[in-house]
Design a protein around this ligand. Structure first.
Ligand code: HEM
Length: 392
């Protein structure tokens, strides 16, 4: 074996990009015999796998450990079941629903950041980036206020991994507790139906291609809440923290954004490419498939390393450099194909507003790295803690 990749090893998690480059150059179709998985790291291979939901399925588990196969999550379904589940979930993410959230999200950002206004330093994760998505998801789902912090603690613990091939007991316990809390919230919710979207989802059937009607029961709705909490919070929290690092390392680009906030949406895209919180996605091959860089055999469990694809020098010039003026034909930071991130427009909205409001109050800030704590768990990558110093 030319390259050895242990996805949960500390030295790799601290800076995975050099190893990704080695994999792209030396072993683009990588096989880790010992741990029993394959990996694709070049942009074209990742793209080809993700758009081919027939030959690369999710139902065999999307983590490398495959510990979650019996859960009722949409990310673990294949078409056609996935198709109608996703149609139901999509009711929460129509352009109108998302646009209506904008003033509310802005208010949350303003309140959180105004509280920090007089401080010379603060932890951007603990004081801002982990709170914002948690409040937004709770608002979207109409969850009770006291639920928010519990959800964050549990969804975080549920994502923990260590350098073994299994999810640790605390992660499994946290997943079960989070599911139970969400189930209680769902049962309570059904008792108080209103004219909101969750009530509509509870009461309106979805008709599949064969004309069969499907209702979601409380267990399925709780799984749906779980999925959104789990998929939406950690990613957005880390996206803000990773972007803060980029904007402190590239002060000229940060100054451009302060002078011209209309550039922020494009910068959000480039910051996601530069250090995407979502590192690899899991798939399983149903047959041998010829990819641009080689063959994946049948019955292979595969890590589709989109964070490596985002740095593929076959697609991007100087991929290690941040450049907010970069133009994109194709993007992989929210995935592609039938499982492409359903919350992408919400995430983009949150990130845009977060940086509009942040840079208006704190146009000049720096990060020394002291006190920063890298999260070494799971398929997302980012920081647990990131102290920022405000320069006045
Ligand atoms: C910067 C923030 C985010 C990033 C980088 C991100 C990234 C991704 C990626 C790469 C996928 C594809 C997974 C796969 O194909 O295996 C995905 C799926 C998903 N995301 Fe996001 N996401 C973000 C925010 C959100 C938010 C805010 C929500 C909802 C509140 C959300 C909900 C979901 C769901 C439910 C799926 C599964 C979709 C399906 O299976 O059809 N995500 N996300």
């Amino acid at each position: 074996m030319i390259v050895d990749w242990e996805p949960h090893a500390e030295e790799f998690r601290l800076d995975p990009y050099p190893l990704y480059r080695q994999l792209r150059d030396e072993a683009p179709i990588y096989h880790n015999e010992e741990r029993g998985f394959w990996a694709v790291t070049r942009f074209e291979d990742c793209w080809n796998v993700l758009v081919d939901a027939k030959r690369f399925v999710n139902s065999e588990g999307v983590s490398l450990e495959r510990y979650e196969v019996d859960q009722k999550l949409m990310i673990l379904m294949d078409p056609p079941k996935h198709t109608w589940h996703r149609k139901i979930m999509s009711r929460l993410f129509t352009p109108r629903v998302i646009a209506n959230l904008e003033p509310w999200i802005r208010d949350v950002c303003r309140n959180l950041l105004d509280d920090l206004r007089d401080r010379d330093s603060f932890d951007i994760v603990e004081d801002f980036s982990m709170l914002l998505p948690m409040y937004v998801t709770a608002e979207l789902l109409g969850l009770p206020d006291d639920y928010r912090l519990t959800a964050k603690r549990l969804s975080h613990a549920a994502a923990q991994r260590v350098s073994s091939n299994a999810a640790p007991d605390e992660a499994i316990a946290a997943s079960i507790e989070l599911n139970e809390r969400l189930y209680e919230a769902t049962v309570d919710r059904r008792k108080h139906l209103g004219d909101d979207i969750i009530s509509t989802i509870m009461q309106t059937p979805m008709v599949d291609d064969e004309g069969n009607e499907h209702y979601l029961d409380d267990e399925q709705i709780a799984a749906f809440f779980f999925e959104l909490t789990f998929a939406g919070n950690d990613t957005t929290t880390r996206a803000i923290a990773n972007a803060a690092v980029g904007l402190s390392w590239y002060p000229d680009q940060r100054r451009e954004l302060v002078a011209n906030p209309a550039l922020i949406p494009a910068a959000v895209e480039e910051l996601l490419r530069w250090d995407n919180p979502s590192h690899y996605l899991g798939r399983h091959s149903t047959e041998a498939v010829e990819l641009p860089s080689g063959t994946i055999p049948a019955d292979a469990h595969i890590a589709v390393v989109i964070a490596s694809a985002n740095h593929d020098e076959r697609v991007y010039d100087d991929p290690e450099l941040l450049d907010i003026h970069r133009k994109f034909d194709r993007k992989l930071w929210f995935g592609i194909g039938p499982h492409v991130c359903i919350g992408a427009s919400l995430a983009r909205l949150e990130l845009r507003i977060a940086w509009e409001e942040f840079l208006q109050r704190f146009p000049d800030f720096s990060i020394s790295g002291e006190g920063a704590v890298q999260d070494l768990s799971g398929q997302n990558r980012g920081l647990f803690h990131l102290p920022v110093q405000i320069n006045r």
